[in-house]
Design a protein around this ligand. Structure first.
Ligand code: G16
Length: 544
């Protein structure tokens, strides 16, 4: 075995986005592209000599190859041990769980989340720090800086390691421990939720559910938890077998991409409860019979009912949500007398709040919810949380949500995405909005009057770091909002996201379709931003 120092040239485009570096597989397949980024990660870390790293991914195409590359490079760079999921697999929350449980130095997660997979799809890589969460911006910026000046990387001249059986192997001076990717995570879930009660509900004969793994990473996790530990029948799981191309699908658990599940849940004899997760297992969608729970409402309902679960029975320290997420959770925090934190989009911004004990539960409109049990959002955690509530309250999903609206008011909410638009046009739209900022206050649009408009900036209350340009907010005097921002996770062109929100306190007016309730704000968004003009699109690609 020889340690090799391989010369390389920098690539200019290795700037991590909202969640790591995501690119087309064919971009990662360029000579040394993956190796450059991995070495840039290692170069930006201090104290890795002899340390333990966790490695795993969502199983998409290129996962297996990338794991082998990372193992050789980790050994050559001086790591003492790598813990890797069998088959190179670990869901994102399971990777976070393993990093925390074994107090490792950090971890590398291979995933492009819900983006399509396969040879012509996307691949991604991100680094998580020792708290189990995504590297904060300070570290991702250091990686990017390293990637721009890299001239060599270190690796070993060794054959591939066998990743398919649980074993501890030697690779140069480094140990490779192949671990069961599911058991630590399943144990953690069992410690947080009342599995006996959920088992009783699932086997009561009057309750039925479906979980859609979308041919991505969560299938094996769902099989262990729902079938083995909670006694669900095998027909509970749909698309539970992970595939390298995710079965050709787009494992983004929303009403558009999880169509198969949506058809079941809105069809004849629909089950009582339906849920789906995404490519790497950190997102969730919750459905009742013929009923969709928005992620923002889900966060608010979980927070309001957290005391009903064993893991959160002592109450919450605080709630955190990303800025574009609806303000439904704010009302719960207010009533509970706890703090509500509003952060930029990106789970990494929750890390400090969780570590400092300021927040217990966090959520994002982008189908992400989680808590201080790990430092990633967690799809199956949200599903189990809901099951625990259903098992205790014995009401339907729809009844739980509508009674929540009656108690707190309803925040009508929707997100309109314009995917893959021309990046220049999208940039001009945002620039034009920035110029308008400040000049909109007091302006009237039909029934709405602008209370403020700004480009959201966040000062982290724990370390004081500042993140600017996180989305244009237009707030109205009645608390309604329109937010415009460009996605940081796309791989082609730009994706414009328009977030719309309106508050309705009157229970008699809470039963509208969200698009109808928001129609005036949708029209105002077009008037303020000139979406059609700048994007060339007449309508959004995806409405959630
Ligand atoms: C990632 C981040 C989330 C973020 C989402 C959407 O999720 O972890 O925090 O909300 O992207 O980001 P954007 O609006 O910039 O596309 P995931 O599930 O893709 O890792």
């Amino acid at each position: 075995m020889t340690r090799l120092e391989v010369s390389t040239q920098p690539y200019p485009d290795q700037k991590p986005g909202t969640s790591g570096l995501r690119k087309r597989v064919r971009v990662f397949q360029q000579a040394n592209y993956l190796e450059n980024f991995v070495q840039s990660i290692f170069n930006s870390l201090e104290g890795l000599q002899g340390a333990t790293l966790v490695v795993g991914g969502d199983g998409r195409y290129y996962n297996r190859h990338a794991v082998q590359v990372i193992l050789r490079m980790a050994a050559a760079n001086g790591f003492g041990k790598v813990m890797v999921g069998r088959g190179g697999l670990l869901s994102t929350p399971a990777a976070s769980c393993v990093i925390r449980k074994y107090a490792t130095f950090g971890g590398i997660i291979l995933s492009a989340s819900h983006n399509p997979a396969g040879e012509n799809g996307d691949f991604g890589i991100k680094y998580n720090i020792g708290n189990g969460g995504p590297a904060p911006e300070k570290i991702t910026e250091a990686m990017y800086a390293e990637s721009k000046k890299i001239s060599r990387y270190l690796t070993l001249d060794t054959p591939d390691v066998d990743l398919d059986s649980i074993a501890t192997l030697q690779l140069g001076d480094m140990q490779v421990e192949v671990i069961d990717p599911v058991s630590d995570y399943a144990d953690l879930m069992q410690s947080l939720f009342d599995f006996d009660r959920i088992h009783a509900l699932i086997n009561s004969g009057i309750f039925s559910m479906r979980f859609d793994g979308m041919h991505a990473i969560t299938g094996p996790y769902a099989a262990e938890i729902f079938e083995t530990r909670l006694g669900a029948t095998p027909d509970t799981l749909m698309n539970a077998e992970p595939k390298e191309d995710f079965g050709g699908g787009h494992p983004d658990p929303n009403l558009v991409y999880a169509r198969e599940l949506v058809e079941v849940m809105f069809g004849a004899n629909a089950p009582d409860f339906g849920a789906a997760s995404d490519g790497d297992g950190d997102r969730n969608m919750i459905l009742g019979r013929k009923f969709f729970v928005t992620p923002s409402d889900s966060l608010a309902v979980l927070a309001a009912n957290a005391h009903l679960t064993p893991g959160y029975r002592l109450g919450l320290a605080g709630i955190a949500r990303s800025m574009p997420t609806s303000q439904a959770a704010d009302r719960v925090a207010n009533r509970l007398g706890i703090e509500l934190y509003e952060t930029p989009t990106g789970w990494k911004f929750f890390g400090n709040l969780l570590d400092a004990g300021k927040a217990t539960i966090c959520g994002e409109e982008s189908f992400g919810t989680g808590s201080n049990h790990v430092r990633e959002k967690d799809g199956l955690w949200a599903v189990l949380f809901w099951l625990n509530l259903l098992a205790v309250r014995r009401e339907s999903v729809q009844d739980i949500v509508t009674s929540h609206w009656h108690a707190y008011g309803r925040n009508y909410y929707s997100r309109h995405d314009y995917e893959g638009v021309d990046a220049d046009g999208a940039g001009q739209l945002v620039d034009a909005l920035r110029k308008l900022n400040g000049n909109l206050t007091g302006k009237r649009y039909a029934d709405y009057e602008v209370a403020f408009s700004d480009d959201f900036a966040y000062t982290d209350p724990v370390d004081g770091s500042i993140s600017e340009h996180q989305g244009i907010r237009v707030g109205f005097t009645d608390g309604s909002r329109i937010v415009f921002r460009l996605s940081g996770t796309g791989t082609e062109g730009a994706t414009l996201r328009v977030y719309l929100e309106r508050y309705e306190a009157d229970p008699d007016k809470q039963g509208l379709d969200a698009q109808d309730a928001l129609s005036e704000l949708i029209r105002i968004a077009e008037e303020v931003a000139g979406i059609k003009h700048h994007t060339g699109r007449q309508a959004p690609t995806v409405i959630t």
